[in-house]
Design a protein around this ligand. Structure first.
Ligand SMILES: [Zn+2]
Length: 301
């Protein structure tokens, strides 16, 4: 009898505990929302703020970001957000119009970053937006964001700084590792041939020469002249491998590989993370995936 009573107490007590938990979850004050433009930035921001904010990206993994069309539901998200964070340098063609309809603060990475410029085509002379593609610039992204977010929430400055340091150490490791690998390459191998000209920051920061089939996205169509130029470059310099990007067709680059005897080294992730079980579901994974493709293709020659 005593035993039964004891069990009853235990059951009642645990019921009470679980119901308390549920109540506190519902009552928890809603975290403030940081709305970001794309998934890579979402991941970097999450690594800095931890659980302090609710970080939401407008574009989802695998989505086209440059020419994205915002929806009414994006505006609703924007109306509830504390801040809108974007890359800038003309990356989010939709951002200006989007924020003009909202009353949010805005953090734009490009305002604190030195651009490299697009050298050809309709976008010639405009900043190349893809700065995050270089781990060295990724470290600058973390600093810019950690400073701006600390201003936004000074009471969390210490947490943000600490998280940023841990995260930057991981990026520095990737940076150092890639630099060491590049030291082992011969001069003729120090080329990066991709489909799009999205690697300017990487090639610039690591002493590589950049070549591509088209300068910005697939908007500028591949011409026989461009194709011939890349084929000639690969042949003349005996470049061991060529690459493409996950968001565009690699057909033309496969032709370059066939015509030159270079290896097709695989597809890089550039503007967006992959889905959860993909090869680039975080910014760190994206960098590792891209740089490992280069290492693998160049080491096997
Ligand atoms: Zn892009």
């Amino acid at each position: 009898m005593k035993r039964k009573f004891f069990f009853l107490i235990v059951i009642l007590f645990s019921f009470n505990l679980t119901s308390c938990k549920n109540v506190s979850k519902v009552d928890e004050p809603n975290k403030k929302v940081l709305l970001v433009s794309f998934t890579i930035l979402e991941d970097i921001v999450k690594n800095i703020v931890g659980e302090e904010f609710n970080v939401i990206s407008i574009t989802k993994p695998g989505m086209e970001v440059h020419g994205y069309q915002t929806t009414p539901s994006d505006l609703i998200k924007g109306s509830k957000a504390e801040v809108f964070i974007d890359n800038g340098f003309g990356f989010e063609l939709w951002a200006e119009k989007f924020v003009s309809n909202l009353k949010v603060k805005r953090i734009t990475i490009a305002k604190n970053l030195k651009p490299l410029f697009i050298g050809e085509d309709a976008y010639k002379g405009k900043p190349n937006p893809h700065a995050w593609i270089s781990p060295k610039r990724g470290i600058l992204y973390v600093d810019i964001l950690s400073n701006a977010l600390s201003e936004l929430k000074p009471q969390s400055k210490k947490v943000f700084r600490k998280n940023a340091e841990i995260y930057k150490n991981k990026l520095s490791e990737i940076d150092e590792d890639f630099s060491l690998f590049l030291n082992t390459l011969k001069k003729n191998q120090k080329y990066l041939v991709s489909c799009e000209g999205a690697f300017t920051y990487l090639t610039n920061d690591y002493g590589l020469k950049e070549a591509y089939l088209w300068p910005v996205n697939a908007e500028s169509q591949i011409t026989p002249k461009r194709m011939a130029k890349v084929i000639n470059l690969v042949k003349t310099n005996d470049i061991p491998a060529v690459f493409c990007e996950s968001t565009v067709s690699s057909e033309s680059q496969l032709t370059v590989a066939r015509d030159t005897g270079a290896k097709f080294g695989g597809n890089f992730f550039v503007d967006s993370l992959s889905k959860k079980n993909g090869p680039a579901s975080s910014y760190i994974e994206l960098l590792n995936h891209n740089l490992n493709l280069i290492k693998k293709a160049y080491s096997s020659k």
